[in-house]
Design a protein around this ligand. Structure first.
Ligand SMILES: NC(=O)c1ccc[n+]([C@@H]2O[C@H](COP(=O)([O-])OP(=O)(O)OC[C@H]3O[C@@H](n4cnc5c(N)ncnc54)[C@H](O)[C@@H]3O)[C@@H](O)[C@H]2O)c1
Ligand SMILES: O=C(O)C(=O)C[C@@H](O)[C@H](O)[C@H](O)COP(=O)(O)O
Ligand SMILES: [Zn+2]
Length: 364
């Protein structure tokens, strides 16, 4: 049995937890040792992932919990909403499951965010475990305790900070991931370079072809390094009082694209990829980075098969969507800007500059 890579996320009050990364972890009994004791576990997943992995997980958990239920939600970003979240609560209450019940989020970021929110709120909080099965979820969404659902007027607008008790990333689950989803995950991996680690950006550029062809050793390194960077940031600023905002690079425009298109037309990673190009351009126009950096990032994102030009939502519509971004203050839009490769900060940016960037990139 291959031992997992372990990244620890340091948090106060005994809430620190392990991110275990490795091949075949889902089917290993050691993966599930030491979790909170309870009489029941509920695997929350979706209709695509359930037939692939739910039975394997259920078999493992049956050795730990007397009862293991599976709740399979419809698949898609458009279902990251109240009515679908309610299906989890309906199940928990109809089955009279108690406040020790452990929830397992088996799937991508949509399932992780929704299960986390359900865990944060069911009976005011039950433990949950993240079992991410997309690249994006393994490198980002399963780590750090941001949980949420969307609102038609804004992305992730209803949620809570609520940490899992463990993250278990089985790299073998990536074998079944469609190529488009793999590329979307690469967007969040690329993000970590400009905001925190110049050497990692070099590494991604050098190894992009291998990552796209799913070389397991390269994917393992990309997942581990991404988790290390995110764990370090979240460990310093769990509730986004300051530093954590850097993880939002590319998301101000990215979230506006997702909401503006009605959730699901562009994948989250695609919208973030394009958002990073525009935010890099903004950083350049503010005088922080040279044009060569913008071109470098654009070229990497393009090579990863990700979009670099926004949809034609219209400048005013984009600005309107960005005013409800969680980083905005009193209607002033704030952007994560790159201040040098590997270094980022949150800055207010005047509407006319944002409008110029949107217009020049073809958004309206
Ligand atoms: N909480 C956070 O910190 C955080 C961070 C980044 C993104 N997010 C959120 O995560 C979501 C995006 O996550 P995502 O990219 O994983 O999308 P997703 O959850 O929609 O999953 C992508 C697709 O892949 C399918 N899938 C999942 N695992 C599979 C597998 N192993 N094999 C085959 N198909 C599989 C899913 O059914 C889905 O169709 C967005 O809602 C975004 O807002 C949250
Ligand atoms: O963990 C964080 O912090 C992030 O910002 C990670 C992002 O990749 C992620 O998409 C997150 O859900 C966005 O957070 P939000 O606060 O802008 O909704
Ligand atoms: Zn994201």
């Amino acid at each position: 049995m291959q031992l997992p890579d372990v990244v620890r996320i340091p948090l106060p009050e005994g809430r620190d937890y392990e991110i275990r990364i490795g091949a075949g972890l889902l089917g290993q009994s050691a993966s599930w040792a030491g979790l909170p004791r309870a009489s029941a576990a509920v695997i929350v997943t979706n209709e695509t992932v359930a037939p692939l992995y739910a039975e394997r997980l259920r078999e493992q958990l049956a050795a730990v919990y007397a009862r293991v239920d599976v709740v399979a939600l419809p698949d898609g970003e458009s279902f990251k909403d109240w009515p679908t979240l309610n299906r989890v609560f309906d199940h928990l209450l109809q089955e009279a499951l108690d406040r020790k019940t452990v929830l397992f989020a088996l799937g991508g970021g949509v399932i992780g965010d929704m299960t986390g929110f359900a865990a944060a709120t069911y009976m005011r909080g039950v433990p949950f475990v993240q079992v991410p099965t997309t690249l994006l979820a393994q490198v980002d969404s399963s780590v750090g305790g941001k949980t949420a659902i969307n609102h038609p007027l804004g992305k992730n607008m209803l949620g809570a900070f609520y940490q899992p008790v463990r993250v278990l990333a089985d790299l073998d689950t990536l074998d079944t991931l469609p190529d488009r989803e793999l590329r979307a995950g690469l967007a969040e991996i690329i993000k970590y370079g400009p905001i925190a680690d110049a050497a990692f950006l070099d590494w991604i550029e050098d190894n992009l072809a291998g990552l796209l062809s799913r070389d397991k050793a390269l994917l393992a390194y990309a997942v581990r390094r991404s988790c290390e960077i995110k764990a370090d940031v979240v460990g310093q600023d769990e509730r986004e009082q300051g530093l954590r905002a850097i993880l939002n690079f590319g998301h101000t425009i990215g979230h506006a694209i997702e909401a503006g298109l009605g959730y699901g037309e562009w994948l989250h990673g695609e919208a973030v990829a394009c958002g990073m190009v525009l935010a890099a351009d903004l950083s350049c126009r503010l005088g922080f980075v040279p044009q060569a950096f913008v071109e470098r990032l654009r070229s990497l994102i393009q090579r990863a098969g990700l979009p670099v030009q926004p949809p034609q939502l219209g400048v005013e519509r984009c600005l309107q969507l960005m005013r409800v971004d969680k980083k905005a203050e009193a209607g002033d839009i704030r952007f994560v800007v790159i201040e040098g490769v590997g270094c980022a900060g949150l800055r207010p940016v005047p509407d006319d500059l944002i409008a110029a960037v949107l217009r020049d990139h073809g958004a309206g």
